[in-house]
Design a protein around this ligand. Structure first.
Ligand code: PEP
Length: 252
């Protein structure tokens, strides 16, 4: 199996004013040579902070990303931001299909796929999120939902260097609830098999699959050491440099 480098990604959601650059500074200071030789670390602030964060992180190993993009490169789309604009601002990655965007903005798989295509077009890593709701889990539909979202949201032209999948059970996001690491391994295995079946075994074994949902310093190791888990997408705990770095340290 190809060695996959762990990725710890922080989703700041709609948090952070200009002063938050101090928190980013703490992340940069704490991401020393030892840790940064082994894992990738990504911070995804709101759009308004991307340019300044990218400038601040320049010369460090910390990557800066975004939380969404529009499928088109430019045009009459008031309030939207394109993948090209994100790359121009210094972003290296973009989260697409987060469950909060699927729920708050009615985003479906076709739109998420178009956004992922836009990310690839702009040379950005697309972190494509999939995951079941509580009701779907209780109805034992996790497998079907995840595979359907994966099939619909991942573009045909995906390559392992720019594609990251994040398995984020919706009920685990921001709730303090988590699946067992065994459950996560099972779903990640399913995802990896589906990627292999669609894109070939080499891509299946090279694609990074992150777990997301209430990852904290005290539970991170149980997920990050589990089979088929190549990192984490972290919401709340990514807002504090000490917690984010503590989670990152559990990945090695
Ligand atoms: C997320 O927003 O992607 C997330 C996983 O949030 P949290 O870590 O707060 O559950």
């Amino acid at each position: 199996m190809a060695a996959r480098r762990a990725l710890i990604a922080g989703n700041w959601k709609m948090h952070g004013l200009a002063a938050a650059v101090e928190e980013l500074d703490r992340v940069i200071q704490g991401f020393g040579a030892e840790l940064s030789s082994k894992i990738d670390l990504l911070v995804c602030p709101p759009f308004t902070l991307i340019e300044e964060f990218a400038a601040t992180a320049k010369g460090s190993k910390v990557l800066i990303g975004a939380q969404d993009c529009h499928p088109k490169a430019s045009g009459a789309h008031t309030g939207d931001v394109s993948a090209e604009m994100l790359a121009d601002a210094g972003a290296k990655a973009v989260i697409v299909g987060h469950s909060e965007r699927r729920a708050d903005h009615g985003e479906g798989d076709a739109l998420v796929r178009a956004k992922a295509e836009a990310a690839f077009r702009a040379g950005l890593i697309a972190i494509v999120c999939v995951g079941e709701t509580q009701a779907q889990r209780e109805a034992k539909q996790t497998r079907d939902v995840v595979l359907r979202q994966l099939q619909g949201s991942v573009p045909d032209g995906a390559g392992a260097s720019l594609l990251v999948i994040a398995y984020e059970p919706v009920w685990a996001i921001g709730s303090g609830l988590t699946p067992s690491s065994g459950d996560v391994t099972e779903v990640h295995g399913l995802i990896r098999n589906a990627v292999s079946a669609r894109f070939g075994a080499a891509m299946g074994s090279a694609t990074r699959i992150l777990y997301g949902g209430s990852v904290k310093p005290d539970n991170a190791a149980s997920f990050l050491k589990a089979n088929d888990v190549d990192g984490a997408l972290v919401g709340g705990a990514s807002l504090k440099a000490a917690d984010f770095l503590a989670i990152a340290s559990r990945a090695v």
